[in-house]
Write a protein that binds this ligand. Structure first.
Ligand code: IPE
Ligand code: IPE
Ligand code: MG
Length: 252
């Protein structure tokens, strides 16, 4: 990673290493403009492009976004079909640009729910970008936090591990995001204040940030506002404020 890649990066500790986002509000964005919901999803892809760029510029190492939940199959079939087409188009059109920008792309979720074509595009994109190091972009698609924990338990059991050897670390190793640090900052756009079955395990100590801004309107200024809020937080991980400040003093 060269300095040229992150011109405006503030000091390391001030930037969340891993940001996780529920990109919500596309439908309402479109509805307010008397447009079909899918127009909001199209705008949402544009917003994501901008946020990926902004994260890379700010030195964020990992960005994980919720694109389609395991519950989103419950939507009207026309919307699901259009979302799948959009996902496919994005895979076809965006991956070259991600690769040029040294971004590693991957998808987590139950991929068996997608068409063969989409699965192939995903595998190809992951293979092509696997050695990129500037930013890891993880797209959660047909993902559910509960699904993730269940599939992790299944893998553990299949490995023949003894119940006594099961602990938080061994279970966490089997989760979809096992190789990433846990998110420092969680952002949900669109005004709802809920997790909607996103990263249940990994958000245990993540700082949560909710904004009414609809996802298609979420730009780099909105991202900076979220990061500024994150910087004002004191992450105690169960300790007292005094302990945290003592440690800080000792470290710096
Ligand atoms: C988020 O926007 C995108 C997906 C869930 C695919 P929504 O489509 O949920 O937008 P709202 O919440 O209806 O406004
Ligand atoms: C969560 O948004 C999933 C994604 C953004 C992909 P939803 O719009 O599906 O969440 P709920 O149904 O309002 O909780
Ligand atoms: Mg929604």
């Amino acid at each position: 990673m060269t300095a040229r890649h992150k011109p405006a990066a503030p000091a390391h500790a001030e930037v969340p290493r891993h940001i996780a986002i529920i990109m919500d509000g596309n439908g309402r964005w479109a509805k307010r403009r008397l447009m079909p919901r899918v127009a909001g999803h199209h705008k949402g892809v544009e917003a994501l492009r901008g946020v990926i760029r902004a994260c890379a510029e700010r030195g964020v190492a990992h960005l994980t976004v919720f694109a389609f939940s395991s519950e989103n199959w419950r939507r009207p079939p026309e919307e699901v079909t259009l979302l799948m087409e959009l996902f496919m188009r994005a895979l076809e059109n965006e991956v070259a640009r991600l690769h040029q920008n040294d971004i590693r792309f991957r998808v987590v979720g139950d991929l068996s729910g997608f068409s063969e074509r989409i699965q192939t595009l995903i595998r190809d994109a992951e293979a092509r970008t696997r050695d990129n190091t500037r930013l890891t972009l993880t797209v959660a698609a047909n993902y559910g936090g509960r699904w993730d924990i269940v599939q992790a338990v299944k893998k553990l059991m299949l490995s023949g591990v003894a119940p006594g050897a099961v602990n938080e670390a061994s279970l966490a190793e089997q989760l979809s995001l096992a190789d990433l640090p846990e998110p420092d900052l969680f952002i949900r756009t669109g005004g709802e204040q809920r997790i909607s079955n996103f990263l249940l395990w990994q958000l245990a100590y993540t700082e949560l940030y909710f904004t009414d801004t609809l996802w298609p309107d979420f730009d780099s200024d909105a991202l900076d506002a979220a990061i500024a809020s994150y910087r004002r937080r004191e992450r105690r991980f169960g300790r007292t404020s005094e302990q945290v400040q003592d440690t800080r003093g000792a470290a710096g």
